[in-house]
Design a protein around this ligand. Sequence first.
Ligand SMILES: [Zn+2]
Length: 167
Amino acid sequence: MENSCSAPLHPQAIDGLRLFNQRKYFEAHEALEDAWRDETGPIRELYRGILQVAVAYLHITRGNYDGAVKVHGRSLKWLQDWPDVCRGIEVGKFKRDVEGVMNIVFTLGRDKIQEFNPSLFHKIEWNEKRIWICDRCGTEMHEKNCKVSCPNCGNRFDCSDLNIYFD
Ligand SMILES: [Zn+2]
């Protein structure tokens, strides 16, 4: 599985991670499912594991204890064998965060799951090699220290202007 970890992430998987971090768990699950379906290599199982966590979190937000426990249980199999960092995703940290959330869920139990505080959901951390395409001329842009510029037409911006995607 180590060998599967050096390639870039599937674009739909990136969307899924962003949606996950916005706590849009239903939409995250859909995007990750697209990546899972489209991908033929073993990495698809990592996408599947993360999408099942998204579904478990969705169940938690809806007060569905049994659903959350069941889907979380399924996700363990798909998440267990990956190294701590895979395709830039901090898988090890993610697994510890999920375990922490589920420990709270188990403690609350079926009767008190509605009391789960959504601020306890963690974000997934990942680093990706970002590719910028100039919106004026379609050329691939250069990035240095967050300054992005187009070698063709001179269009430029600061990547911090885009942190709507990375919050
Ligand atoms: Zn340009």
